[in-house]
Write a protein that binds this ligand. Structure first.
Ligand code: GGG
Length: 358
């Protein structure tokens, strides 16, 4: 029996509802699998915690999380706390401290889900985006001086290191090499960002020599955003800096029919630290507490977690169960045009897990 300890941080808003469904569904997968035991500990950190304690997580929060095999995260952010306080108080310190430098985000239109693009179905929308996750525009370097004065000055610095850029691009080459199309696209903006993105492009070009079998292209990120819409079928693996990747993958979520669908893995490939799995979506305060949030992104994040733990059979089973529910089209939340609740979609996926395993 393989046993794993998983920390769950449901966080804020709909993160609570969708994480509950993900945990229950992972229990179901473990039950039908037979050789897998998952133990979950729940940490109620987030904006409500901040209002009580004056911080988003306890001072020893990272030490606590460091003992787990994996982390399942919901969402962070609520109107009661400024967004930069909540994000920098919880999610970004975890990504940086645990060196989760890969943010893996599949962009795949699931069967039965009506995508927003005419003539582009599941065969055309099926790529993987890799977002650099610990530096770049999210380095957190900068400052403000002369606050509120006429001569106020604000600096926010992007930091790109050779080791940081090389490792994320290498990961992208390795992934592209393992996929049948062997195709890799890099997002740049080296016409305007003459230091950081010229450097990014140089490292990309140097690595190409090591992976001659991978076909490589690069696009300025604005043109690439347009390509996501006009020709998504031309994209297989896309690699981007932290902010570019964040923006492109929200666009990717829209291509998938709803931001309630895409998952993401914040991965430390060397496994020196636990990796964190979460839906791409945020806390959606407008529908929080209504029980109608789409749990698919959180449950799919659970499938990625199983893959990362080495149980790719269990991860694949869970993804097949999600696809069976979307293909049937009968139990969908309002973001996908249905009227089902979060709970009903979770139940439908768990029923499919049992049916497919049996
Ligand atoms: N579940 C993801 C989440 O809560 N995201 C909130 C957010 O604003 N994230 C910013 C980012 O990933 O860059």
């Amino acid at each position: 029996m393989d046993q794993y300890r998983i920390a769950t941080i449901p966080g804020d808003g709909i993160g609570v509802d969708t994480t509950n469904e993900a945990v229950e569904t992972l229990h179901t997968v473990a039950e039908v699998h037979g050789g897998l035991r998952l133990h979950f500990d729940r940490y109620p950190w987030g904006c409500a915690y901040y209002l009580r304690e004056g911080r988003m997580m306890p001072a020893d929060g990272l030490r606590i999380l460091g003992d787990y095999d994996s982390i399942l995260f919901g969402a962070v952010g609520f109107p009661t706390v400024p967004d930069h306080i909540s994000l920098w108080g919880l999610l970004l310190p975890i990504r940086q401290s645990f060196d989760q430098y890969i943010n893996l985000r599949p962009v795949k239109l699931l069967p039965g889900v009506p995508g927003p693009l005419r003539d582009k179905g599941p065969a055309e929308i099926d790529m993987v985006c890799i977002r650099e996750n610990t530096e770049g525009e999210y380095s957190g370097v900068g400052g403000r001086a002369h606050r509120g004065m006429d001569d106020e000055v604000v600096v926010q610095t992007s930091v790109f290191t050779r080791s940081g850029v090389t490792r994320v691009l290498r990961y992208a080459f390795e992934l592209a090499q393992r996929r049948p199309r062997r195709d890799l696209v890099s997002a740049t903006k080296s016409n305007a960002l003459q230091y950081s993105m010229v450097f990014w492009d140089e490292v990309f070009a140097a690595l190409q020599k090591e992976y001659p079998e991978v076909a490589c292209r690069q696009y300025h990120v604005d043109a690439l955003a347009a390509r996501f819409i006009t020709a998504p079928e031309s994209l297989d693996v896309v690699v981007a800096s932290n902010l570019f990747g964040d923006i492109l993958t929200d666009l990717g979520g829209a291509l998938q029919g709803s931001l309630g669908i895409p998952p993401s893995g914040n991965i430390n490939p060397e496994r020196r630290y636990p990796s964190l799995f979460e839906p791409v979506h945020g806390s959606a305060p407008d529908i929080a507490g209504q029980g109608i949030a789409n749990p698919i992104a959180a449950i799919w994040a659970g499938s990625m977690l199983l893959d990362h733990l080495g149980h790719t059979d269990a991860g694949a089973l869970l993804l097949r169960a999600i696809e069976a529910v979307t293909a049937a089209g009968q139990t969908l939340t309002p973001d996908l045009g249905g009227s089902a609740t979060t709970r009903q979609v979770g139940d439908a996926i768990r029923a499919q897990v049992r049916a497919l395993a049996g």
